[in-house]
Design a protein around this ligand. Structure first.
Ligand code: CTP
Ligand code: MG
Length: 261
């Protein structure tokens, strides 16, 4: 093992647990269509959530995984994770909330205070390569407060004035694509930073002044923190619509064929 170089790294090593991962898995998966909650839908015969937890557990950086399950499905998720033999890592399950942000907050509450690095990873990104998990954790350990994996965009992106009812939408402008990144998970944070922005967001929501924010890094940005992007991976895509499951099955089949994954 490398000799710890910074006080922060020494502290992290001393805890025994380098990083915890919070996995929001309480969504219904409306866009995927009717069926079981998305995290429990199968990919290659294994639930998306199990793939996602395995992907995190494969990283030596991760010592604890906290899953935020559908509130009415906690016992089912506990049984599921048990039956898939995810030994060797500390895995806990809590009830998630009505929004992704609430699910993350509830999961975060189960992370012990002495854990200094927290990753947040969507259950809906089952195929994230372990290299991405490692790279995000390493960037936080190296001193960043908030780290997101991102990839360049293939499509040109236009900002529009949205029209209800499917009418033509006037274009406002076209951001320079070279400056855009599609961001993925796991997103990594100093534990204190992530807890602080979630608490502040809750307070601002109560006051009715919180704008919509769709990821944890967005909360850090909103409260003035610095977020950095590290290279993500095309296989870390989110299973959102039915076509994504088709793609995920193909990626999994290719992996199984090439390395017995
Ligand atoms: N999530 C959650 N709690 C919620 C809503 C979402 O934990 N109340 C989780 C999902 O389970 C998913 C991740 O947040 O792992 C990303 O959200 P998304 O892809 O939007 O999943 P769903 O909300 O389930 O899907 P949809 O928006 O199509 O209903
Ligand atoms: Mg959603």
């Amino acid at each position: 093992m490398a000799i710890p170089t910074s006080p922060k790294e020494r502290n992290l090593n001393a805890t025994g647990v380098v990083a915890a991962a919070v996995v929001p898995a309480a969504g219904r998966g409306e866009r995927l269509g009717p069926g079981a909650p998305k995290a429990l839908r199968e990919l290659g015969g294994v639930p998306l959530l199990v793939h996602a937890v395995r992907a995190l557990a494969r990283s030596r950086a991760v010592g604890l995984v906290v899953v935020a399950a559908p509130a009415d499905g906690v016992a089912e998720v506990v049984a599921l994770l048990d039956s898939h033999g995810l030994d060797g890592k500390d895995i806990r399950v809590v009830a998630g909330g009505a929004t992704r942000q609430e699910s993350v907050r509830l999961g975060l509450a189960a992370v012990p205070a002495e854990v200094e690095v927290v990753l947040v990873h969507d259950a809906a990104r089952p195929l994230v390569p372990v290299d991405v998990v490692d790279a995000v954790a390493a960037a936080v350990r190296a001193g960043a407060d908030a780290v997101v994996p991102g990839v360049p965009l293939a499509d040109t992106v236009k900002r529009v004035r949205p029209q209800t009812g499917g009418g033509p939408e006037p274009v406002l402008d076209t951001p320079d694509r070279a400056t855009l990144r599609a961001v993925q998970t796991p997103q990594g944070f100093r534990h204190t930073t992530l807890s602080e922005v979630h608490e502040k967001a809750l307070a601002e929501e109560a006051g009715g002044t919180m704008p919509p924010v769709t990821d944890d890094a967005g909360l850090v940005e909103h409260f003035g923190g610095q977020v950095v992007v590290v290279p993500g991976h095309e296989e870390a895509f989110k299973v959102t619509r039915p076509i994504d499951l088709v793609l995920a099955e193909a990626v999994l089949a290719r992996r199984r064929a090439s390395d017995g994954f």
